[in-house]
Design a protein around this ligand. Structure first.
Ligand SMILES: *[C@@H]1O[C@H](CO)[C@@H](O)[C@H](O)[C@H]1NC(C)=O
Ligand SMILES: *[C@@H]1O[C@H](CO)[C@@H](O)[C@H](O)[C@H]1NC(C)=O
Ligand SMILES: *[C@@H]1O[C@H](CO)[C@@H](O)[C@H](O)[C@H]1NC(C)=O
Ligand SMILES: *[C@@H]1O[C@H](CO)[C@@H](O)[C@H](O)[C@H]1NC(C)=O
Ligand SMILES: *[C@@H]1O[C@H](CO)[C@@H](O)[C@H](O)[C@H]1NC(C)=O
Ligand SMILES: *[C@@H]1O[C@H](CO)[C@@H](O)[C@H](O)[C@H]1NC(C)=O
Ligand SMILES: *[C@@H]1O[C@H](CO)[C@@H](O)[C@H](O)[C@H]1NC(C)=O
Ligand SMILES: *[C@@H]1O[C@H](CO)[C@@H](O)[C@H](O)[C@H]1NC(C)=O
Ligand SMILES: *[C@@H]1O[C@H](CO)[C@@H](O)[C@H](O)[C@H]1NC(C)=O
Length: 863
């Protein structure tokens, strides 16, 4: 009694200790036999009209006896599919219908039992990493199962699909539609939206083609819109469909086409011949029926094969365990040996490996998948250029076998069905042509003339494209000849004579020539978009818009000699004088009319003294006396209010006028040019789109300008000194002009130039792709997303001059720091001088007057 309690306690303790550290409680094959359950559903077997339980027992025991060299297997047989298996079963082989198979799978999951299920056709596959499912597929009825497997194994990651199916196939496979629309959450099959189109395959000849064309035309892309569609075709008419689809431009980089080829013999099928009219960029895959015609399917055979696979796998694992066990100590063995799940995963892998190599009976049905590798093939770096093998449009296509489908293993693929959709150009190296044209393309070369570094706005776009579209590239410089260079015009070799900034209007002739041969994926040049419909190449969407403006001398500041009068207008000054002249007599009168004599102030008893009083108060000299009468006080009080207002506004305004200097009117808009007679020379840079634009415009000022303009091509002709003197105006890209201003500011720390307020002529700048390039829409889509993510704006900011230093914020700072200088104060000093002079003159008068008075008095006195 006591000892048993003790034992229980110990056991309890052991459990307590063992559970938290997750011990590996599944014994290894060395210490215990593997246990296997075989469940053959009796009901299902009667329904099928077969009874194989007895055979199964015989088959299994034969196999175990003959093939199991190491370890042992205990097998238990059940005929009822609702049986609950205990935890210590390693695996189970079941033969039952689809529904019960799934039920059984869900029940055994918590006990972690490896399931090998033989079941009906058209059954969604059990999770591939947890079970092996073998649907019994009748010969010729495999489509529903194939479609289900496509969905379960996500061979085609499609959200929408257009399905073309022959009428007869649909009639033969009643569950085909059901499996196409099948969706499930346990298997993570998301629903797809579907357009199912039945092809009446009894039609022949013209009628057939007309029907197909009508059907396909509904999905044809219109010219400027990129559509991405997926097509699944199960039809005997695949050749017609490809041909008609091609004439409707339905094979482009966005579309995916999956064809099930129904030819009985796959050797008759030549993908190259079928796709002969297709252009590069097509995504097309074929599934070919490789079923061997003389293969007989039996349940016996399948069970035999599967059991053999299982037994050999277990045997193989046991050998491995024995080998490892012999090498290491017991403690180590305990810590490294497989858990049940790991063991099952390993067995599953071994079984699949075995079945791939050895399966004979249930792999009767077999569909091979071939997909076309087409993208970038003709532009691939020096790969096919030299020896085009065939003279067809698809001569560079390459069809690769990506894997196969069989009922036992489902799809076994080593590559994506449409590799280009996911991997785009698959890291091939493309040839790209370019020219040096900062800041768009900046090429840095080493002493051998090889390009070692590239940057600039266009190059950043190329780099991003290559990242997004998964290709590498090799740059070819087009400007081999100096004359082709549109930048360094003429033969001048004087560096300092070259114009700064860039132009994109004239694309070098060599670039155009090279692009036309369709050997280059893209021309990485910034080019002005002009008459896109008449060019032997295509433009991408614009990557930049540049505008023109003009540069003139910055207008001079207004003279500041009268600055001190600036706060008030002329009328205000006159009124001020007026009110002084009015207030003085007023004060005099009020003071005089005071009824009481003692209230009168002696100091205000004359008009003159009143005037001085008012004047003095205005200039804040203060008054020595105040009227005693209320009336007088009121007048003086209100005068003081007027004084306060006047002085405050004057002071405040004076500050403002000091801080913000005023300028003479400059040329803000081109049509103001008439008014500026001193500007006598008009300049226009050579090679501008502006020149071309003016020929079609209706703006008179442009036409007038162009007719007078001198086209300049180098620094000497540009004559920036004349602009500085105010005799000349130049038209160029705003960014180029900003560069000039910036350069002069950095050199002289002064701002002598002003750019026009007006920007005119939007010049669109784009990249160039060869005519008929399959990838134009693709490139456009990615450029678009670069815009949306703000990349292109950022590259513009990095490469183009920022808002120039002589305007905007830079100028603002300069204004707030404005120091009052002699220019500002001169008027002030002059007024003081005037005051002195007036005072001196009046002093002289006063002196003379006194002398005169004194001499008269003396004369009176002597008289
Ligand atoms: C293990 O299997 C062998 C042969 O398959 C058998 O002889 C042996 O009795 C089995 N052992 C147990 C414990 O079931
Ligand atoms: C595939 O080929 C086999 C043998 O040629 C044929 O029996 C079977 O019907 C074909 N399958 C389909 C779906 O046509
Ligand atoms: C298919 O075409 C044949 C021949 O033109 C016609 O007799 C038949 O009615 C059509 N079937 C359907 C379903 O339209
Ligand atoms: C299955 O195989 C057993 C012998 O292993 C044989 O007797 C039986 O007839 C076979 N059954 C079928 C349906 O072929
Ligand atoms: C680029 O293509 C290669 C070759 O197909 C592929 O292995 C790689 O995953 C792709 N990279 C990306 C980012 O798609
Ligand atoms: C892509 O190709 C380049 C050069 O051909 C190579 O250096 C790079 O490793 C490749 N990348 C991938 C993901 O294959
Ligand atoms: C380049 O221009 C500068 C200034 O205009 C001049 O002094 C120099 O001689 C010129 N050099 C040549 C090679 O023309
Ligand atoms: C490409 O250029 C050709 C001829 O210049 C023109 O007809 C075609 O519309 C252009 N393609 C696109 C997509 O703009
Ligand atoms: C403008 O440039 C072109 C080509 O570079 C040249 O032929 C032409 O003479 C230049 N015109 C002027 C006025 O410099």
């Amino acid at each position: 009694m006591r000892s048993s309690t003790c034992l229980l306690l110990l056991l309890g303790m052991q459990l307590f200790i063992l559970v938290p550290i997750e011990a590996n409680d599944f014994s290894s094959f060395l210490s215990a036999n593997a246990s296997l359950a075989v469940v053959v559903d009796q009901e299902y077997m009667t329904m099928r009209g077969e009874n194989i339980m007895a055979h199964v027992e015989k088959i299994l025991s034969d196999i175990i006896r003959e093939n199991l060299r190491n370890g042992g297997i205990n097998v238990k047989y059940f005929t009822w599919n609702a049986v609950r298996l205990k935890k210590d079963f390693l695996a189970a082989i079941t033969v039952t219908d689809c529904e019960n198979t799934w039920k059984f799978y869900k029940n055994t999951q918590e006990n972690s039992i490896l399931l090998i299920a033989i079941t009906d056709s058209d059954c969604p596959r059990l999770p591939l990493n947890r079970a092996l499912m073998i649907p019994i597929v009748e010969n010729g009825d495999e489509f529903p199962q194939v479609i289900l497997d496509i969905k379960v194994q996500q061979i085609l990651n499609w959200k929408t699909a257009v399905v073309f199916v022959d009428q007869t196939i649909l009639d033969d496979n009643s569950v085909l539609v059901k499996s196409i629309v099948h969706e499930s959450s346990t298997n993570h099959i998301s629903p797809i939206s579907l357009i199912l189109y039945k092809i009446n395959d009894s039609l022949r000849g013209q009628q057939k083609r007309a029907t197909l064309r009508r059907a396909l035309a509904q999905f044809a892309p219109n010219k400027h819109e990129e559509m991405r569609q997926q097509f699944l075709v199960v039809s005997a008419f695949h050749e017609d469909i490809i041909e008609i689809g091609e004439t409707l431009n339905m094979f482009h980089v966005g579309n995916q086409w999956m064809f099930f080829v129904l030819d009985k013999d796959p050797r008759n099928f030549d993908p190259d011949a079928v796709t002969i009219n297709l252009d590069e960029g097509a995504n097309i895959a074929f599934a070919l029926n490789e079923t061997s015609p003389d293969c007989q399917y039996t349940l016996n055979c399948t069970i035999n094969e599967v059991s053999l696979a299982l037994v050999t796998s277990i045997s193989r694992m046991t050998v491995e365990e024995e080998f490892i066990y012999g090498e290491i100590s017991d403690e180590e063995w305990e810590s490294i040996r497989f858990t049940k799940q790991e063991k099952q995963a390993e067995i599953l892998d071994y079984m699949k490996e075995y079945l791939k190599a050895n399966s004979k009976c249930s792999s009767c049905a077999r569909w091979r998948i071939e997909t076309a590798i087409t993208w970038g093939k003709s532009q691939e770096h020096r790969k096919f250029r030299t020896d085009p093998t065939r003279d067809a449009k698809n001569r560079n296509f390459e069809f690769i076998n990506i894997g196969y489908w069989s009922p036992m293993l489902g799809f076994v693929c080593q590559e994506l069905a449409f590799p280009h959709i996911e991997h785009h150009f698959r890291n091939i190296t493309m040839d790209i042509v370019t020219v040096h044209n900062p800041p768009w393309q900046i090429l840095t070369k080493n002493s051998n003339g090889a390009i070692v570094k590239h940057s600039g706005i266009v190059m950043e776009i190329i780099k991003e494209l290559s990242r997004a579209l998964n290709f590498s590239y090799y740059l070819h410089e087009a400007a081999a000849l100096k004359e082709d260079y549109f930048l360094s015009s003429s033969t001048s070799t004087n560096e300092s004579d070259e114009l700064i900034g860039s132009m994109t209007f004239r694309i070098p002739y060599r670039v155009v020539e090279m692009v036309q041969n369709n050997q280059f994926f893209i021309a990485a040049v910034a080019a002005t978009v002009e008459d896109p419909d008449q060019k032997p190449f295509n433009y991408t969407i614009p990557i930049s818009v540049q505008k023109y403006s003009f540069i003139t001398r910055k207008p001079d500041e207004v003279s500041r000699i009268y600055l001190f009068t600036a706060p008030f207008t002329m009328e205000t000054w006159l009124c001020l004088v007026g009110i002084i002249l009015l207030t003085a007599p007023m004060l005099y009168a009020i003071n005089r009319l005071t009824p009481l004599k003692e209230m009168q102030i002696a100091g205000l008893s004359t008009i003159k003294s009143c005037f001085w009083y008012i004047f003095g108060a205005l200039l804040q000299q203060g008054g020595m006396y105040l009227p005693k009468a209320d009336s007088g006080r009121l007048v003086v009080g209100f005068w003081w209010i007027v004084v306060i207002v006047l002085v405050t506004t004057y002071c405040g305004n004076l500050v403002a006028f000091l801080t913000f200097p005023k300028f003479q009117p400059g040329v803000d808009y081109l049509n103001q040019l008439e008014r500026h007679k001193d500007i006598s020379q008009y300049g226009l840079r050579n090679g501008t789109f502006f020149e071309r634009y003016v020929q079609t415009t209706s703006r008179e000022d442009f036409k007038h300008y162009l007719s007078q303009a001198k086209i300049y091509g180098n620094g000497q002709e540009e004559d920036i000194e004349a602009v500085k003197q105010g005799q000349r105006i130049n038209i160029d890209w705003r960014i180029n002009l900003q560069l000039i201003v910036q350069q002069h500011f950095e050199r002289n720390k002064e701002c002598h130039f002003a750019l026009g307020k007006e920007s005119f002529v939007d010049e669109q700048i784009a990249l160039i792709v060869p005519a008929q390039s399959a990838y134009l829409h693709l490139v456009n889509r990615h450029i678009n997303s670069m815009f949306r993510m703000g990349f292109i704006e950022r590259w513009h900011q990095m490469n183009l001059p920022s808002a120039n230093k002589c305007s905007g914020k830079g100028a603002q700072r300069q204004v707030t720091n404005h120091k009052v200088n002699m220019d500002d104060m001169q008027g002030c000093f002059l007024v003081l001088l005037l005051g002195f002079t007036v005072a001196f003159v009046s002093g002289c008068f006063e002196l003379g007057y006194r002398r005169f008075r004194a001499s008269r008095k003396r004369r009176e006195f002597t008289n």
